[in-house]
Design a protein around this ligand. Structure first.
Ligand code: NAP
Length: 454
């Protein structure tokens, strides 16, 4: 794979790349089936991705007609890699085995190792015989909606397809590796003004936030809306804040440190709640929620923006859902895509029905939504939120940082890219967008001492 990296960096043409032989094996970050029980008896918090994620050489799988091999220049950590690495809530080998039973091509995925990663930037090396829109040499980013386009369910909103999967989580051959195998309909053009690692970090969280807030499939935010955003400097929240500001709304960002408050303010979010300083105790014990604490939280939001949120951007789940339903405006929407702190949710239904509120579920994004969200990155209207970069060998450490909420924004991983800062092909546009805006999270993390690649 090094030969590909050198050819890409020296500007080789697509024809030259197509002439290079795909190697028999490649370097990948993976978890092993035999390790599934390694954390038995430990609390989630103590399950350590540094122990379960390994870097190994694995065989290059055969290419199906609708697929492409992509040389991965950089990838990024998502929370789903944390879930895979701690084997929670389920070991992902079950997903691979199910996919393995679907077809001859699906069978390639059911292996004793799972190559993880659901974000990447890179260069197309080879395409299958049925691929029409992409060719070797194309610089791409990859979105993670992995589906079978022969399923009729995939042709209205693709996220409703019966066999919809997340690449690198529910399928094998993910993006934290030197090579990946993806469906052609996962490819999108790489934003030319970004480095490989800046480009790699966006697709999953940016597209998810776009669907949750902007798309008619989500909360369908409108100008003037007040949007409460949990984890507002995290992977999802860092894009959500930008969508609310771009869309003429008022974000109310919730974070958990003074450093993050400062970052949010620099991002343009004026209404900020430090949940640690506020010391909200929504749960008085494991089974009992405290409505007076929901009320105190609601009052703090009103004190900042003068009204209740039209939309609550939810993902922490069990810890916050009761409060989210309570503080949403009469007729408002809680849009949820996750449950990091627990998926058995409890809220007071009286506050939902009596005040005509809705809970809207959302999951990743269809190709159209991912494409439109990527276009906004390419146009410099949404900025990458990359805060740190690790070499592929440190994937376990990078996942640990996310697991333990030690990061801000997104953590990138260098795969074939030999160092940071490469891959920009439109420096003039980068200058126009502004280095300061593009690197806000990175600079902030450097000041706050967040870890980075050697
Ligand atoms: P992230 O980068 O770790 O950010 C999440 C943020 O949530 C944290 O920075 C933290 O911010 C806040 N948070 C964590 N626990 C909390 C709690 N108990 N109460 C309040 N706030 C809490 O993760 P992410 O990438 O944004 O992903 C968040 C969740 O969404 C994960 O479970 C992930 O798997 C899921 N997700 C789902 C989809 C989908 O398509 N369905 C897509 C992307 C992500 P503070 O400490 O600063 O408050």
């Amino acid at each position: 794979m090094r030969a590909f990296a050198e050819a890409i960096e020296s500007g080789a043409s697509g024809e030259d790349l197509a002439d290079l032989k795909i190697p028999e094996s490649y370097r990948a970050a993976l978890v092993r089936r035999e390790d599934v029980g390694m954390f038995e008896g430990l609390a989630s918090w103590d399950k350590d991705p540094r122990k379960s994620i390994k870097i190994e050489e694995v065989a290059v799988p055969e290419l199906a007609p609708d697929e492409a091999y992509v040389a991965v220049m950089a990838g990024a950590i998502n929370f789903n890699t944390v879930w895979t690495s701690i084997f929670e809530p389920l070991p992902t080998f079950g997903f691979l085995d199910r996919l393995g039973k679907e077809s001859k091509w699906g069978a390639r995925h059911a292996l004793d190792y799972h190559v993880v990663g659901s974000d990447a930037s890179g260069v197309v090396l080879q395409v299958g015989s049925a691929v029409r829109s992409w060719k070797p040499g194309d610089r791409v980013v990859i979105h993670c909606n992995y589906l079978d386009d022969q399923d009729p369910g995939a042709h209205d909103d693709a996220m409703k397809a019966a066999n919809q999967r997340i690449w690198g989580f529910e399928s094998n051959f993910g993006g934290l590796a030197d090579l990946t195998l993806v469906k052609a309909n996962q490819l999108m053009p790489k934003p030319a003004h970004l480095t490989w690692e800046e480009a790699a970090c966006n697709a999953l969280c940016n597209s998810t936030s776009y669907r949750m807030l902007v798309s008619h499939n989500g909360a369908n935010m409108k100008q003037g809306d007040v949007v409460l955003i949990w984890g507002a400097t995290g992977g999802l929240g860092g894009y959500a804040v930008q969508y609310v500001l771009n869309g003429g709304g008022t974000p109310v960002g919730v974070v958990s440190s003074a450093d993050k408050v400062k970052l949010l303010e620099d991002l343009g979010c004026e209404a900020v709640i430090d949940r640690r300083a506020g010391n909200y105790r929504f749960w008085s014990d494991e089974n009992t929620q405290d409505e007076s604490e929901w009320r105190r939280f609601g009052k703090d939001i009103r004190a900042l923006v003068g009204e209740d949120p039209d939309i609550v951007f939810e993902h922490p789940g069990r810890q916050t859902m009761g409060a989210s339903v309570f503080v949403a405006k009469r007729g408002g929407t809680v849009v949820t895509c996750a449950a990091s702190s627990g998926y058995m949710i409890e809220y007071d239904n009286r506050h939902l029905w009596m005040k005509l509120k809705s809970i809207k579920s959302s999951h990743f994004a269809n190709y159209r939504e991912a494409w439109d969200a990527n276009k906004l990155i390419s146009q410099g209207r949404i900025q990458p939120i990359l805060s740190a970069v690790h070499p592929l060998e440190e994937t376990g450490e990078a996942a640990y940082q996310v697991h333990h909420n030690l990061h801000e924004g997104k953590i990138g991983v260098l795969c074939l890219a030999p160092r940071e800062g490469l891959g920009i092909t439109d420096p003039e546009f980068r200058e126009k967008v502004g280095e300061d805006r593009i690197t806000l999270f990175r600079r902030h993390a450097a000041q706050a001492g967040v870890q980075s690649a050697k």
